[in-house]
Design a protein. Structure first.
Length: 217
C-alpha cells in the first residue's frame, strides 16, 4: 500500500509549486516569456517576464507588477504594485519572504477558512510575498517529505513479519536482552500473542508515518 501511495503521489513530491491563499499551483505551460500555472479548481495564474527587472502576475482580470530592486550580492528585494494602487516591499530573509507596507511595517496576515472558503476580511486578496513567490520560480518548492514513505514502508514490513511469521518472532526473542535473564529461555505463548499484537500496532503506526510525508516541513 505504501509503495502504491508513493507511486501515485510522485508528482506531488517532485513538482515545484507555490501557494496563493490555500491553492497550490504548478507549471502547466511555458511559452516564450509567458508561464501559465494551474491549481486544481482555481483559475489559472499567468506570469509574464517583461523587459528589465519587472514581472507581471495576472490573476483573473487583475495585474500585479513585481519589480526586483536589488542585485547580487545584496539580498533579493522587490516591490509589488497592486491594481488598487497599493504598493508593498518584499525582502528575502535567508529564503523567507517578508512583506512590508508603505510605512515599512511588517505585514503579517493570518487567514481564517471554513470549508476551504475564506471567512475573514483580507487586507489584500493576495499577500505580497505570495505574489513574489508566484513570479519567481526560485521560490517554488517541492512539497512534502517523501522520506517518511520509505520509513512507513519499513515499519509496515516489520509489523507484518511480527504479526505473521513465528520464526521471525522467535528470532526477535533471542535477539532481545531479556533472554539473558533466564536459563534456557524459551518464548512463551503470551510472548507470541504480544508479538502479533505489537505487529498490528506497528502496521497501524506506519499509516500515521506515511501521512506525515504529506505535511510540509
Amino acid at each position: 500500500m505504501t509503495l502504491a501511495v508513493a507511486l501515485l503521489s510522485h508528482s506531488y513530491f517532485t513538482d515545484r509549486a507555490f501557494y496563493l491563499n490555500q491553492d497550490r499551483y504548478t507549471l502547466q505551460r511555458l511559452q516564450n516569456d509567458l508561464a501559465t500555472y494551474r491549481g486544481g479548481s482555481a483559475g489559472p495564474v499567468d506570469v509574464r517576464v517583461s523587459g528589465g527587472r519587472e514581472r507581471t502576475v495576472r490573476i483573473g482580470a487583475d495585474d500585479y507588477v513585481i519589480a526586483k530592486t536589488t542585485a547580487p550580492p545584496l539580498p533579493a528585494a522587490f516591490t509589488v504594485a497592486y491594481p488598487n494602487g497599493h504598493r508593498y516591499s518584499v525582502e528575502d530573509n535567508n529564503g523567507m519572504l517578508l512583506s512590508y507596507d508603505a510605512k515599512g511595517e511588517l505585514v503579517v496576515e493570518i487567514a481564517a477558512y471554513s470549508g476551504g472558503v475564506r471567512i475573514d476580511e483580507p487586507i489584500e486578496s493576495y499577500l505580497p510575498a505570495s505574489l513574489v513567490a508566484a513570479a519567481y520560480p526560485e521560490y517554488h518548492r517541492a512539497q512534502g517529505r517523501p522520506g517518511f514513505l520509505f520509513l512507513a514502508f519499513a515499519f509496515m514490513i516489520f509489523g507484518w513479519c511480527c504479526f505473521r511469521y513465528e520464526r521471525f518472532q522467535t528470532r526477535l526473542f533471542y535477539l532481545s536482552p531479556r533472554q539473558l535473564l533466564y536459563d534456557n529461555p524459551e518464548p512463551s505463548d503470551f510472548y507470541y500473542f504480544m508479538s502479533k499484537a505489537g505487529g498490528i500496532a506497528v502496521m497501524g503506526g506506519s499509516i500515521w508515518v506515511a501521512c506525515q510525508a504529506f505535511v510540509s516541513g
